[in-house]
Design a binder for this molecule. Structure first.
Ligand code: SF4
Ligand code: SF4
Length: 351
């Protein structure tokens, strides 16, 4: 189990340029991979264009109480980047003045940002249709000050989205750390107790599954069925939907792929599973990702690769619909992760 972020370990993969170099040139013995750009050109989908903004995903900081093996953020307790209240205020202005219907707060552990509660309180006054917080669950047990979060979420009608890579302790703890499974189950029960995830409840509780190794996720509907059965029968836990997410070959997952000598095979598997029908629905077409420092990206993955939006408006304080709608999406080889099989986004498969 990883104990420190790539940044703390001074790994060469902490450098986004190095990651892009590996992704672009490959470290392949038998020739390169087709370029994602060429692949989408085959069906006249290049350049990929942004449509009107519907989803704002805000990364409020890279600090986290966990150091999961596959984290694409390279988050952990040793990351100190957190969004300031001033930047949050700028996000609020954009939410107020645009047609954003979904807000997605992510991190790290977003709850660790000292202004998290203030931001949730202010945002919830704006009547966003779907206000998601990606909670890793264990944060609620990590410190006394977080224990009341289930009630806080309920008060503000937050849609809670939480990772649980497997219904077994072994697979979950291997990917997310010792003790994570038991702690997650306890917190899921606490969320159920206040009404989250219950069959007829409007308090949404969804789980996120990402594969625990170098393979693509299985069918989302079938996995959801299995998760529901086991979690209910073995632990009495309810939840609403399961989102399956493909691990993108960046950051700590890229590190894992290279260290386990799975990188080439995984990239070939993504290309092999390329689905041109998934391209038109990739999440970057209606989403903007805001970094902890306010800079704008087409998605959270591009944020981690430090690939900013291709627009004159680079920062949330410069938000301008005319400049951002219709922009060309910045793509690279990691994008194959979004178009493999049924496709993948932060809200699950695209098919
Ligand atoms: S809980 Fe999420 S943000 Fe934190 S290390 Fe794990 S994957 Fe990364
Ligand atoms: S990685 Fe980002 S930019 Fe590439 S297809 Fe996926 S969402 Fe779009």
């Amino acid at each position: 189990m990883t104990q420190q972020s790539l940044h703390k370990r001074h790994s060469e993969l902490a450098n986004s340029e190095r990651q892009l170099q590996i992704l672009s040139n490959g470290i392949f013995q038998n020739g390169g991979l087709p370029k994602f750009k060429d692949k989408i050109s085959e069906t006249n989908q290049f350049p990929l264009k942004a449509k009107a903004l519907e989803v704002l995903q805000i990364n409020v900081g890279y600090m986290c109480n966990q150091v999961c093996e596959h984290c694409h953020v390279d988050a952990g307790p040793d990351r100190k980047e957190v969004m300031t209240r001033e930047t949050m205020q700028q996000c609020l202005e954009v939410i107020k003045n645009t047609g954003v219907h979904t807000l997605d707060l992510t991190g790290g552990a977003p709850e660790m940002n000292p202004n998290f509660r203030w931001f949730v309180e202010e945002t919830s006054k704006l009547g966003i249709e779907d206000f998601m917080v990606r909670s890793n669950l264990t944060i609620i047990k990590a410190n006394k000050k977080y224990r009341d979060l289930p009630k806080f979420f309920k008060k503000h009608n937050i849609h809670v989205v939480s990772s649980l890579p497997h219904w077994t302790k072994g697979k979950t703890d291997k990917q997310r750390g010792d003790g994570v499974f038991n702690s997650s189950i306890e917190v899921l029960k606490e969320l159920n107790a206040v009404g989250y995830g219950m069959p007829d409840s409007n308090l949404r509780l969804d789980l996120v599954f990402n594969p625990s190794g170098a393979f693509l996720p299985a069918n989302q509907a079938a996995l959801e069925k299995e998760f529901k059965k086991v979690l209910l029968e073995d632990f009495g836990v309810h939840f609403h939907n399961l989102f399956t997410i493909t691990n993108l070959p960046i950051s700590r997952f890229l590190d894992y792929l290279i260290a386990s000598e799975n990188y080439e095979d995984y990239m070939y598997a993504l290309v092999e599973a390329y689905n041109p029908l998934a391209v038109k629905n990739v999440m970057c077409t209606n989403t903007l990702s805001v970094g902890w420092d306010g800079y704008l990206y087409d998605c959270d993955f591009n944020q981690m690769l430090e690939l900013p939006v291709d627009s004159k408006a680079k920062h949330i304080s410069e938000y301008n619909e005319e400049l951002l709608d219709g922009r060309n999406i910045v793509i690279s080889q990691h994008c194959y992760g979004c178009t493999a099989g049924a496709g993948s986004s932060c809200q699950g498969s695209l098919a």
